[in-house]
Design a protein around this ligand. Sequence first.
Ligand code: N01
Length: 551
Amino acid sequence: MNPRAHSLAADSSIKSFDVVVIGAGFAGLYALHRLRDQMGVSAHVFDAASDVGGTWYWNRYPGARCDIESIHYSYSFSEELQQEWTWSERFASQPEILNYLNRVADRFDLRKDIQFNTRITSLVWDDKNKLWEVGNEEGIIARCKYLIAGTGNLSVAKKPDFKDFEKFKGEIYATGSWPHEKVDFTSKRVGVIGAGASGIQAITEIAKEAAHLTVFQRTPNFASPIGNEPLTPEAVKQVKARYKEIRTKSRNSFGGMPYDKALPSAIAATPEERRRVYDDCYWDGGFRMIFDSFQDLLFNKESNDTAAEYIRAKIRERVKDPKVAEMLTPKGYPYGTKRPPLETKYYETYNRDNVTLVDIKSTPIEMVTEHGIRTSNAEFELDVIVLAIGFDAMTGPLLSMGIIGRAGLALNKKWADGPHTYLGITTHGFPNLFFITGPQSPSVLYNMPLAIEDHVAFATDAIRYLREHDLDVMEPTQEAETQWGALVDSIAQKTLLPGTDSWYTGANIPGKPRVCMIYLGGAPSYRKICADVEANGYTGFALDRTAAIAA
Ligand code: N01
């Protein structure tokens, strides 16, 4: 028996629910609606933020914008919602997405079952009572039979480890937890560390305002134009008239966007054909360059080289100073093996007189001083430092919640050498726990709102199945988990991704196990596997009325 659970059993201040959901972003909001309003089970959401939005609540930095078209990066579960909401731009800005999620929370009356300002730090499975105990810093605050972690993939920031960082006397901001008030960069000397997707968006905007901007870049990226523009009423009307068809097409495509022009192989195409395809995709924007050009870019290095070289040439065309262009040109890793950032006049930003690029691979940051940043060959005086150094992605959010499963097994211990899951949504030893878009699912390479809807449906359908069959415990078997891990790995090894240092492989966090954390078989094959598991009565899972599942 778990002694803590026993001693707290009488404490009436601890609330009990059928399901507790952690996170009030895209995943948590939909999970709450589905559980409470469509299934009639008691559900409660906890979130550390003071309002809904998840990633879009925290990432308010200047220029923050989604890299998937707004009409696709949105919920599909409610036809009424799809018809009522009108996106103003082809790629939505962070404020518009946050407004959308607020609208969803209001429309479905979700806030009354969400407890904000509550960071969950302890989730402990009580073997005897077959319940999860949910706790924050002050102790246990709830119990539930089922737990859904809608904590996102990019919600735990990477910690800055620059020597003497705390000595800096100026202002410090981080893209992933940006203040709610506008930050004024006028007349200031600003330094941005990091040139990934967040840095690229922030740099472009901050440069327009700051007296001087210094960008500290370690690894250049293969960025390409996002292609944003206002959505015309006619375009919106056309989408709304055939939204159902568009969603089906999205779900049937590798990355969850309804792109269908990709030709089989870049290397098999003629140079003229390649040029035409790349010209179209580059300027058409979004992820067309990677997903709608040639199908073998992530699998065949020779094919990949053709796209990589095309983007390198564009950088050289767009940046006036050849030395700066060279510093911005990515080398040594294939295109798309780091998530390709999308930009609006990012490269032209380096043609401005008030912007300096510093290559911190060849001249590393040695320390932060009271007045700025010292690299191995220069000192940069700054009023503001902006951190855009990324996230402890995918596993970080789950491992930060103190999850303890059956027989006292800590998730941190179980995943010490990388994530082990079944279908990227459950893990052996942790009954009744579902993590939405978890590691080893298509997650970050599948249009997130659709990936979330699929996973929420899987988790909540499973809960419904248990209830309808007089069962109450569900846990993947060790065998199913081992087989899933082997499948995920074998697919990854056929791609170019494992060889690159990126957050996909955990290589961006010192000491993190290096393993490709994404199911790379694409959304359609993944959806088929999950549908078969469900149709066959949850193959790979042990279902029970007791906690006695063999280890
Ligand atoms: O993080 P990143 P991000 N010293 O890890 C550098 C999503 N997103 O927040 O590559 C110096 O990509 C690091 O350098 P290196 C999207 O999925 C989406 O920008 O490790 N530099 C890199 O340049 C994206 O992929 C949108 O050598 C350090 C940068 O910091 C994901 O979020 C917008 C360093 C981190 O880049 C993450 O993007 C924004 C150190 N110690 C984000 N540590 C859209 O929808 C790290 N760096 C458009």
